[in-house]
Design a protein around this ligand. Structure first.
Ligand code: PHE
Length: 383
């Protein structure tokens, strides 16, 4: 029985009564479809006949009236016995999807036009002659361009800051982002009852564990591990219970600095941080130190730089003040040295902490910290 004859009969007339029978029947249809399409695709069709041949094939299978698929619908699906209907329906849907390769556009795309042989009287077969021209690779086409990534602006600024301090003889230390309350607070002289603990909007993992609110706990870890003298910077992620807005993010980046040695004074702190500010923001920048409070430094200070946007004349960035606050700092509290296992009678030190994201915002004049963390390529590809 030919395929045409088969699709003209009902399943009952074909003696198909179970799921297995249905399955092999549909498999037969699919195989027939491929058997008609494949030779055209692999061998091509003479150029002038191409459209006509493809259209004829399409009509034979997909014509609304009298096409093989529509006959399958009429005679097998619509007239199938009730209990077989779900199975037939499923196979019919699959067949319909499968038969999309018989759409005219698709056929025209897949079926190449046969070119006349380039060298007709050549006895030996050149491969160029055997392969239809449409199937030969076009070596003149440009290659695929894969977009290159680049360094994230926060990482870029972090490395720049690191480089400045590496040049001064500091080395890099890191510590865990999931930290104990003891390192994040107690050993930094922030006891549980002290109101200063409220300054850090802490994310607690459990009673004794937090996502570190600053990089300062690495000070203690490094002192314990390396002892004095110590010249280190400590970059990394920090976390606070902050609502995201243009200047706050629950995850942000800090760099901590620490110098511990004999005879370290506030003059060392000022000199180093002034040098750093000029290296990072430009030689024209002036620094201003003002008193502040941190439980782990005494005395404590804040460093501001003269506004790099208006040269300290007053603008929107410096809020008309001429100054931009860029870090917290101070002389390491003797208690903190002590907690790190360093004798405060013999050694003294200074420390600072700064927000890398904010430096990147200042450096690239970015007014929304959220842009750093949205992974928007249109933003990132500018760096
Ligand atoms: N840890 C402080 C903060 O996150 C910054 C700081 C570090 C201040 C070191 C002084 C010394 O705000």
């Amino acid at each position: 029985m030919t395929l045409e004859e088969k699709v003209g009969k009902t399943l009952a007339e074909l003696g198909v009564t179970d799921a297995q029978g249905v399955e092999s029947l549909f498999a037969e249809v699919r195989a027939a479809m491929e058997a008609e399409r494949q030779p055209l695709v692999s061998q091509g069709v003479p150029e002038g006949d191409r459209e006509k041949t493809c259209k004829a094939l399409r009509d034979r299978w997909l014509a609304r009236k009298g096409g093989l698929i529509s006959l399958v619908d009429e005679n097998w699906l619509k007239r199938s016995p009730k209990e077989l209907k779900p199975v037939v329906g499923r196979h019919f849907n699959e067949l319909r999807q499968f038969s999309s390769r018989m759409e005219l556009e698709r056929l025209l795309k897949d079926v190449p036009a046969q070119q006349r042989r380039a060298v007709e009287d050549d006895a030996g077969q050149h491969w160029q002659d055997a392969v239809p021209i449409d199937l030969r690779p076009d070596l003149t086409l440009p290659g695929y361009r894969r977009p290159l990534g680049s360094i994230h602006p926060v990482t870029r600024v972090m490395r720049e800051i690191e480089d400045i301090f590496l040049g001064l003889g500091f080395s890099i230390e890191t510590g865990p982002e999931v930290e104990t309350v003891s390192y994040n607070f107690d050993k930094l002289n922030i006891p549980e009852t002290h109101p200063a603990r409220d300054d850090w909007d802490t994310l607690y993992v459990d009673e004794q564990t937090v996502l570190r609110t600053h990089t300062s706990p690495v000070q203690i870890r490094a002192m314990e591990k390396r002892g004095a003298p110590l010249y280190i910077i400590m970059p990394g992620k920090c976390y606070r219970h902050d609502n995201p807005d243009s200047t706050h993010s629950p995850m942000f980046h800090q760099i901590e600095g620490l110098a511990v040695d004999t005879d370290i004074t506030f003059a060392d702190l000022k000199g180093t941080l002034d040098f750093f500010a000029k290296k990072f923001f430009g030689e024209k920048v002036r620094t201003r130190f003002s008193p502040s409070f941190f439980p782990f430094t005494e005395p404590s200070g804040e460093v501001s730089i003269s506004c790099v946007f208006c040269d300290a004349k007053g603008c929107r960035v410096c809020k008309e003040s001429g100054w931009i606050e860029v870090m917290g700092c101070g002389m390491v509290h003797p208690e903190v040295l002590h907690h790190g296992g360093i004798d405060p009678e013999k050694y003294s030190g200074w420390a600072f902490g700064l927000g890398i994201d904010r430096y990147a915002m200042l450096k690239y004049d970015i007014n929304d910290i959220q842009l750093f963390f949205q992974s928007d390529v249109r933003f990132l590809e500018q760096f």
